[in-house]
Write a protein that binds this ligand. Structure first.
Ligand code: ZN
Length: 135
């Protein structure tokens, strides 16, 4: 079973991330890759993760992609999902003070800028929930 780019993006719009779990070595990766980074296998199970994690680092963008000038400035953050996978996306912060490192964030959508993130209530749980996806 493989995941198309469209399926991957549609899940992001629902705040979820599709992952591949390697059938040979169980390595988890985003379902946008073709071969397992660890063992080069191309046999995967598809799993779904709630798009929640913690901010690893971020920067503030003042020069947006064309058509997104109205959002500037905004943040571009690297987030470690609860599964341990890193993703990056855009978050509405105007200043470095607005988003302490390690803040809880979640995926809230996807548009021309890429993945859209939003800061979460810091009391939310960090338990990882992976769901098998079957057709
Ligand atoms: Zn593997």
């Amino acid at each position: 079973m493989s995941v198309s780019r469209e399926e991957f993006i549609n899940k992001l719009k629902e705040g979820k991330v599709l992952l591949y779990r390697c059938k040979r070595c169980s390595n988890l990766q985003l379902a946008t890759i073709v071969f397992c980074r660890m063992c080069n296998s191309d046999e995967f199970e598809v799993v779904e993760e709630e798009g929640k994690g913690r901010v690893v680092t971020f920067t503030i963008l003042y020069v947006p992609p064309e058509g997104y000038e109205r959002y500037t400035p905004y943040g571009w953050a690297v987030v470690r999902l609860d599964s341990g996978i890193n993703i990056s996306g855009f978050i509405d912060v105007k200043s470095a003070r607005d988003l302490p490192l390690d803040s809880r964030v979640r995926i809230v959508g996807y548009d021309g800028r890429g993945i859209l993130l939003k800061a979460e209530n810091s009391s939310s749980s960090s338990s990882s929930v992976l769901t098998e996806v079957t057709n």
